[in-house]
Ligand binder design. Structure first.
Ligand code: SF4
Ligand code: SF4
Length: 414
């Protein structure tokens, strides 16, 4: 697509990147067919091609409007369009650039701005979030059913292994996951221990920045990225730590973007690239040790462990581009993992989307739960805390992280 960036856009550090992305788009519209918001709303402006056009118009000098902001806000950043695109358009980077430009031109109404600030502050403030969650859990039995479903019950983390192995990795603590599901990282540590890897919590630098990034607080999000790199780089560079594992695929996909986000920061660009190559989703590590895993689990008849409905988060399949790996690991380990209809579509969680775009989010959740129910799974497994809590609020089936299933199946766990 021909582009003529306006002088203000040419002055942006990301000008060349935006122009390259825009020029790659050939306007074919294949992406529209796999966009969840286009499927639900049927409006070209709520599909990837339409959003690319709106961002192009603004970067070429048309004034940004509240309507454009609205259509960009309704994007889930699920990146399903990127998986579909035959031209390799990195849509999410263009969206990042476009959202920042539009938000700078179009002030949000006071109430909306306040809600976004409160979410950015509250969700990334672990003591505050934990205290609020504990209050909700204490009064949960008194809440109406629909409200109680939004509050996950308190759970114990389970034991953390103490054995020391030559292979050492860190696991990111994050912001909301330790309060909501403290068992996920502990289960990952037990699973890795069985594979001969010592997994310990990374120095606690708080939220990875994904929450603030999605809410347009870009400078704060970048500061968090730099802080994590400052903590991780020395031990990764010395080889003391082999890699950093992120058990929430939403956070993992954001951390993998550190290199792109800091590409124009001379002090961090190179370090970010180095770190990003050593940041892994647990499935990427476990897949490397698949034979060891199966040996540790012991031989069981195929399918004898039951049926799992696996929801592949968008951040796993479209963001990290990990596709079919978890399904294969669970199948090899003895579960039946049926294909899920429309598995490429988002469940509607998408970071803070479920709080800011409630109607679209609820419709996507209902569709996803219906598709998962068709598998007749006895348990739903996923790979991201946001999807887990979001789906759990709409079903009586247990929803777990897939590492919890494997950790529970280890003979030592029995
Ligand atoms: S990221 Fe998802 S919601 Fe946004 S345009 Fe692409 S497919 Fe549609
Ligand atoms: S599929 Fe790719 S090239 Fe085609 S319209 Fe969508 S983003 Fe552009």
């Amino acid at each position: 697509m021909q582009t003529h960036l306006a002088p203000f856009a040419q002055a942006l550090p990301e000008a060349a990147e935006a122009e390259a992305i825009l020029r790659k788009c050939v306007h074919c519209g294949f992406c529209t067919a796999t966009c969840p918001t286009y499927q639900l709303l049927g409006d070209e402006l709520d599909g990837p091609r339409g959003r690319i056009y709106q961002i192009k118009m603004v970067l070429e000098g048309a004034p940004a409007t509240r309507t454009i902001q609205h259509h960009l806000d309704r994007c889930l950043t699920c990146r399903s369009c990127e998986t579909t695109c035959p031209s390799g358009v990195t849509y999410h980077r263009l969206l990042d650039i476009g959202r920042a430009v539009v938000d700078a031109q179009v002030p949000r109404p006071k109430g909306e701005a306040w809600v976004r600030k409160a979410l950015a502050w509250g969700l990334t403030n672990r003591p505050l979030f934990t205290a609020a969650l504990r209050v909700g859990q204490a009064v949960r039995p008194l809440l109406p059913k629909t409200l109680a479903q939004q509050v996950p019950p308190k759970e114990a983390p389970g034991p953390w292994p103490v054995r020391d192995h030559p292979r050492r990795m860190w696991v990111v603590t994050g912001c909301v996951q330790p309060a909501l599901k403290p068992g996920i990282n502990a289960a990952t540590a037990r699973l890795f221990d069985a594979l001969g890897i010592t997994l310990t919590p990374a120095p606690d630098a708080g939220c990875c920045g994904a929450v603030e990034h999605h809410l347009g607080e870009n400078e704060k999000a970048l500061a968090r990225a730099r802080r994590h790199i400052d903590w991780w780089w020395p031990k990764l560079h010395s080889g003391e730590i082999e890699g950093v594992v992120v058990t929430a695929s939403g956070c993992g996909a954001h951390v993998r973007d550190y290199a792109a986000l800091l590409a124009h920061d001379p002090a961090y660009a190179e370090k970010a690239r180095f770190v990003v190559e050593r940041v892994w989703d647990p499935s990427e590590v476990v897949a490397r040790f698949e034979a060891d895993l199966l040996a540790r689990l012991g031989s069981v008849p195929p399918g004898s462990r039951g049926v799992v409905a696996f929801h592949a988060p968008c951040t796993l399949q479209h963001g990290l581009k990990v596709r079919g790996v978890v399904e294969r690991l669970l199948t090899q380990a003895g579960w039946v993992v049926p294909p899920v209809r429309d598995a490429h579509l988002c469940c509607g969680s998408a970071g803070t989307y479920s709080l800011l775009q409630r109607e679209i989010s609820a419709a996507l959740k209902a569709n996803k739960l219906e598709a998962l129910a068709e598998t007749r799974g006895q348990v739903i497994a996923t790979a991201n805390i946001g999807c887990l809590v979001h789906l759990q609020s709409g079903t009586a089936l247990p929803v777990k992280h897939w590492v919890e299933l494997l950790a529970e199946a280890l003979p030592s766990a029995a």
